[in-house]
Design a protein around this ligand. Structure first.
Ligand code: C2O
Length: 539
């Protein structure tokens, strides 16, 4: 196994986008940031120097970080932020994971521009469970704001209103030529006729589920969240923020130019919808030069096409039979969604009808500590930082996706965690609510991947258990819970430490849609959290 050393300098860079010049925070002046390529079993040593003006941390999204929460990255959860001028070195090993993951800042909205691909190739001497593609291309879908994304967030948090929507969606940092002033920068990929290409698609957008398609080419899904899947064909891929999907296609069409494109799959039914499409160009090397024909556009579903979204997401299966936990030790039921907090009319009360926006799980809106991180507080037994009374079921039962009584719209606030024994088998029902609006929430669990054993619309009820897939359910690290519906996940709590679980829509995260698990140590060194590194940042 190889040890890869990298240096990440978080710094400001000037870029031109959408007819303007902007100072953005980047890693090493690159936007998107560097692609890291490693093999399964390798180790990474990434020295992060923060030369920007905001606190920062880097999260290695989907890396399990076994017994090593210190390298996970979410600020105030597993570490204090790296302050401007300071350095922290992330050291971790890839243990039995292959495919496409990514890294991103995990500090307020910094990840809008601080993100990159993390490609994990098979162990040397082994190969993919599918024919080796000739070409591999990371496709990072993102969202662009003309304003500084951190100030967009700060304004929203100050006023209690919903943050401004982004000004463009992007592919590898570029909006593409359907946006004004963007044709120059449109990303172009060259392919040989007949070759097979692997697209490693990452949804790095802050707040938006995205449909993705490639004109005239059939796509075959082979992996998601760095876990292989039973291959299936599709013309459109749906990714929630945080998710990755690997697809193969063969360049078997007439030599020419084809758009790959992404557009929104609606979240809130009545949220402002930015009806735009980001594009990049796939060009056959043998395409006749000089013919500057407009590339062929793919057909993308409409932004409210839940039927297509569901038809896609329900096709995922593990490649073979898997061992799903069946005896459940921890049976948890979490309602998820938005909320509104009453406030006194004024500049800080700009939500609908004298309210501020909030979001919650089981009606607790999560508050990050500031004096230290949760992982440090747990490890060092620092009292008063968190409580361990996160409710394992909703405080009251109600018709979750029906007409929710107004009295239930207001969450409470707290830093509440749920503690579990090492090795527990866990089931979590994630139930969307119709508070404010029903939405599709991409819920991400750090330090783990989990089986998605069931999902559906409306209220989860015990009868839904009958439809669970306990044979070959897919594994993921981020589950898109259907709009106005539910999903059920299962996993074994075999990675000790404090692990964040949250909506990967960053506006929801900022409003408190999060909780954290403490997974206790088991017996001996191999079931216990390692000691913290000496350079762990201080708060
Ligand atoms: Cu990619 Cu806590 O997130």
């Amino acid at each position: 196994a190889t040890i890869h050393h990298h240096k990440f300098v978080i710094e400001e860079t000037t870029v031109n986008r959408l007819c303007g010049t902007h100072n953005i925070i980047t890693v090493n002046g690159q936007f998107p940031g560097p692609t890291l390529e490693v093999c399964n079993g390798d180790s990474l040593v990434v020295e992060v120097l923060n030369s920007g003006r905001y606190n920062a941390t880097i999260h290695w999204h989907g890396i399990r970080q076994l017994r090593n929460p210190w390298a996970d990255g979410p600020e105030y959860v597993t570490q204090c932020p790296i302050k401007p001028g300071e350095t922290y070195t992330y050291r971790f090993t890839i243990e039995d994971q292959e495919g496409t993951l990514w890294w991103h800042a995990h500090s307020r909205w910094l990840r809008a521009t601080v993100y990159g691909a993390l490609v994990i190739l098979p162990k040397p001497g082994t190969t993919y469970p599918f024919p080796k593609p000739k070409l591999e291309i990371p496709i990072l879908l993102g969202e662009w704001w003309n304003r500084d994304p951190i100030s967009v967030l700060q304004q929203a948090l100050f006023t209690g209103a919903a943050p401004n929507v982004s000004d463009a969606y992007t592919i590898n940092g570029e909006p593409g030529d359907l946006y004004s002033c963007s044709s120059q920068g449109t990303v172009k990929f060259l392919v040989e006729s007949k070759e097979t290409v692997l697209l490693r698609i990452i949804n790095a957008a802050l707040n938006q589920q995205l449909f993705f398609s490639l004109a005239n080419h059939k796509l075959t899904v082979v992996a998601a969240d760095a876990l292989y899947t039973k291959p299936f064909a599709t013309s459109v891929v749906l990714l929630g923020p945080g998710q990755t999907t690997d697809v193969l296609f063969t360049a078997d069409q007439a030599p020419g130019r084809y758009y790959m494109a992404a557009s929104a799959y609606a979240t809130a039914q009545n949220a402002p919808f930015d009806n735009t499409t980001t594009t990049a160009i796939l060009e056959y090397k043998s395409a006749v030069k000089g013919v500057s024909s407009r590339p062929v556009l793919p057909q993308l579903p409409r932004n409210n096409d839940t039927a297509t979204a569901t038809a896609f997401t329900t096709q995922f299966r593990s490649p073979s039979q898997v061992t799903v936990p069946t005896e459940i030790d921890e049976s948890l039921f979490f309602t998820i969604g938005l909320g509104l907090v009453n406030c006194t009319p004024g500049p800080q009360c700009q939500g609908p009808n004298n309210t501020r926006f909030a979001a919650s799980m089981n009606n607790v809106s999560f508050v990050l500590p500031r004096q230290t991180s949760l992982q440090q507080a747990y490890y060092q037994n620092i009292p008063g930082v968190y409580t361990t009374d996160f409710p394992v079921v909703p405080p009251v039962r109600f018709d979750y996706t029906g007409n929710v009584p107004r009295g239930l719209w207001q969450p409470s606030f707290g830093t509440k965690l749920h503690k579990m024994k090492f090795g527990s088998s866990v089931q979590i029902v994630l139930q969307d609510t119709a508070i404010v609006t029903t939405e599709d929430h991409p819920v991400h669990l750090h330090g783990y991947h989990f089986y998605v054993v069931g999902q559906g619309f409306g209220n989860f009820n015990p009868g839904s258990t009958a439809s669970f897939n306990l044979v070959d359910p897919p594994q993921r690290n981020t589950i898109d819970v259907p709009v106005g519906g539910w999903a059920v996940i299962r996993f074994i709590a075999d990675n000790p430490g404090v692990w964040f679980m949250h909506c990967h829509i960053d506006s929801h995260l900022a409003w408190g849609f999060a909780m954290a698990f403490i997974v206790e140590n088991g017996y001996g060194e191999w079931e216990s959290v390692q000691p913290p590194p000496a350079d762990l940042p201080k708060c």
